[in-house]
Design a protein around this ligand. Structure first.
Ligand SMILES: [Zn+2]
Length: 236
């Protein structure tokens, strides 16, 4: 009986691997979509960052042009100073120059503020691009790895199923029926170990006398709580 229990425990382990592989294959498309989504949102951030920088640069260039025009205007006024005939005209011209200079100062300040802003947003944009580049290559590598795994998963699962079937073929009918029923009803886990008197399927304590029985692996013992088949391995 010990050989039977050991074999059915091995069959269980292989079945667990089959389930893991199948789950991976099932989840792969979702994982790939998530990776693509993460890259896309970073790309959006970078695109938005670029648009903000471009817009601010445009505004800065516009202001600088304004500044040039105003400076020309001031120069013109100043040259006129020598041409005016009356003091009244002279005073009026001085006022014009003063006000034009004031406007000029304001625009100059605005340009400086814009330059600061551009610098800040440029930094954001550059860090977004950097992050995007890293994420892109990470996602590419992960996807490639996943695709490779997926390509071999069918063959791996077929092999595992063959091994499991070979193992199960030497199991007594009665035990095999119990196993199959449990696989179906206990979420794919039919054979479990016991550690420190605790069933590793349902994590309930089992009576000490039963535990001793289980450690001998001499007969089929089912967990009193979850009905799973026990196979004892003394793992430290
Ligand atoms: Zn149990």
């Amino acid at each position: 009986m010990e050989q039977q229990l050991k074999t059915i425990y091995e069959a269980q382990q292989i079945y667990t691997k089959i389930r893991e592989n199948e789950k991976k294959a099932q989840l792969a498309p979702k994982m790939m979509r998530e990776m693509d989504g993460a890259v896309e949102s970073l790309r959006d951030r970078a695109t938005r960052g670029k648009a903000v920088v471009d817009e601010l640069e445009k505004e800065r260039r516009k202001k600088e042009k304004e500044l040039e025009t105003d400076k020309e205007k001031i120069k013109k006024f100043e040259s006129k100073l020598y041409e005016v005939k009356t003091n009244k005209e002279y005073q009026a011209l001085l006022k014009e120059i003063e006000s034009a200079k004031k406007t000029n100062d304001t625009v100059e300040e605005e340009v400086l503020i814009l330059m600061d802003k551009v610098e800040g947003f440029k930094k954001d944009y550059e860090s977004a691009v950097k992050e995007l580049t890293i994420k892109e290559s990470e996602a590419e590598a992960e996807k490639r790895k996943l695709e490779q795994e997926l390509q071999s998963i069918d063959a791996v699962v077929t092999d595992l199923k063959k091994t499991r079937d070979t193992l199960l073929s030497i199991i007594d009918e009665e035990l095999k029926t119990t196993y199959s029923t449990l696989i179906e009803r206990r979420d794919g886990l039919a054979v479990v170990n016991v550690k420190n008197g605790v069933c590793l399927g349902c994590f309930m304590n089992i009576p000490p006398q039963l535990f001793i029985e289980v450690t001998r692996n001499k007969q089929v013992v089912l967990c009193p709580s979850c009905s799973r088949i026990f196979y004892f391995i003394d793992e430290e």
